[in-house]
Design a protein around this ligand. Sequence first.
Ligand code: PMP
Ligand code: PLP
Length: 442
Amino acid sequence: MNYSRFLTAVSAARRPSAIRILTELQQRSPPSLISLAGGAPNPDTFPFQFATIKVKNGDSIVFDEATMKRALQYSASPGIPELLSWMKGLQKSLHNPPTLAYSPENGQMEMCVTTGSQEGLCKVFEMLVNPGDNVLLDAPTYSGTLAALLPLGCNIINVPSDQHGMIPEALGDILSRWDPADAHAPGSSVPRVLYTIPNGGNPTGASMTAQRKQEVYELARKYDFLIIEDDPYYFLQFQKPWAPTFLSMDVDGRIIRTDSFSKILSSGLRIGFVTGPKPLVDRVVLHIQASTMHTSTFTQLMVSQLLQDWVWRRLTDLYYSRQVTALSRHHMTSLFPPLPVGLAEWHAPAAGMFLWIRLHGIADTKQLIMEKALEKEVLLVPGGVFNIDSSEACPYVRAAFSLSTPQQIDEFAQQIQGQSPRDSLVCHILSYCGHSLRQLPA
Ligand code: PMP
Ligand code: PLP
């Protein structure tokens, strides 16, 4: 793979930040090293001394004074070494990417820690997308992706999708307007990037089958484009075995995968990770050097200690028993038969936290949600915000069931009883949801 043709001029122009290199050198040196180099502040002057963080299973994470000093200090841009090596082990055991066997010049797998997967995504887009480039994705899609992509001035090509995600035949049709032989020609308009959310899509809840991934991957090989696999709901798949990922099929080194701890450990700690070919991940790290410098050392140490102490099995047990997955698995799959009177329809998701509901008889849900429902403090998102052009009419709403209790849903449904027909439509849907929630085991 020749990655240089994928890089924007800005990304290609990035050079290592001199002091960041010293910080990384220092991190790899023995503690006896006397460094007068990096501009690190003296942590003795910081007010925080030590910490004990209780974990829900009764364990504790203890930051003694020395660890606390490290947690409060600058650290290397790719991530702290113990967390990085833990995550590399995890990726190997979950996905065993074929690129692991490759030489460094040829797309050897690399990883870096990011401040949530959103940071990774934004930096990956800025590394790869030029104004005017054709970018493939299956809309409706995560609004944070659109927020990062649209200002880059690219031309987004929407690939048709259904409840199993992107449709490979439809992608093939779109691509057939180009000659694959032109992909490498200077100034070629053949798309060089495809973005997709393969599991429990936000907002659609759709999950791609292994077969579809393989077919999309073959098209990527034919037209020589990269695939950005944004998979924050990977760990929230309801069925086992979990679906094979694009990363696990990546014989060429054309997958950049973003993972997130937001939905399984904490969204507020802001931690995720990027996995992909080394030449590309190195570019993301250069961007990190110049922006956030690194994800909070405190956050990384806390997460790292949690993960070192736990075997992976216990972690999966933990979130399998947690509310998000339990709620989602029960009432998104078995407890949601289609609504009785044709008011609305949806597909039961196989992963994630979202139900994508089409309201019949409503051309656009924006006013319904942003005015009527917001007055009543309802937590639904009008579907239009996930469209490439957010001003387009959209008959869908996105419901996330990760936070609401049956009581909250009941309360809302009661509040809007007897309002206008449109309100009572929402009311009907919500009381139906509430009914389903009540059937859950405590
Ligand atoms: N600006 C200047 C002039 C600095 O010296 C530094 C840190 N050495 C920064 C910005 C970055 O600071 P922060 O750690 O808050 O990102
Ligand atoms: N990608 C998708 C598809 C998401 O739904 C989200 C969060 O909602 C993110 C990325 C951002 O996750 P993080 O909190 O790791 O930045």
